[in-house]
Ligand binder design. Sequence first.
Ligand code: HEM
Ligand code: HEM
Length: 175
Amino acid sequence: MNNVNPSVNKWPVSSRIFHWISAILLLVTWILMLLYQNMDEKVYIGLHKAFGISLLCWMIARVLNRVLTKSPPAALMPKWQFVMSKLSHFGLYALLIAMPMAGLLMTVYGGRPVDIFGLFQIPVFVTPDRTAARFYNDVHTDIIWPMIIAFTLLHISAALYHQFILKDKLINRMK
Ligand code: HEM
Ligand code: HEM
């Protein structure tokens, strides 16, 4: 049980790049929000939005890559862990797409375009509406964000469990 042969069961290189860049984009987007909350500098909220939209585009490309490339066979594990891993991976994909969409909708319903690194702007493509802006703000900060934290902690705990308790080198599949 729990034996994984990493050399034959590696994820395709494209999946590995998508995985680690998504994690970095999430970290950067979050750090920019922390900087904004602690320093109240406008530049950080602008960058938070631009990195968040970059993560949205990256995740859409990642889903396409996931569908178009062959995944390695699942590692051997009890059925409940297999089901949990599938559900939590699906949840992470869904949350990382829903989060920037909610951020974008909050902003445009608030009547503001989104500037992408000074290169171009996403225009206000809806009729501004305070109630809708507040709704998406709540979804962004009070619903999806706590879920991202919970799913990511679960994911990293599972990776640590494989690494240090099962010692099955699962992480090598994604390295
Ligand atoms: C996956 C991408 C994103 C993540 C992980 C993320 C995360 C966060 C977090 C943690 C907060 C602070 C919540 C709190 O008050 O505790 C926040 C606030 C905010 N986010 Fe995002 N965000 C993302 C994408 C976006 C995008 C794409 C936009 C807009 C285009 C955006 C606009 C905002 C705004 C305007 C706030 C401030 C809300 C307020 O002050 O009430 N976010 N975001
Ligand atoms: C220290 C940080 C992390 C480690 C060690 C890690 C490790 C891994 C490993 C080993 C796998 C492959 C599992 C398998 O082969 O069955 C995986 C898959 C995955 N990881 Fe991570 N991960 C980390 C951070 C993240 C973050 C921050 C996210 C997003 C929030 C994320 C999202 C995913 C998703 C969605 C999959 C499933 C891939 C698929 O089925 O297409 N990971 N991770």
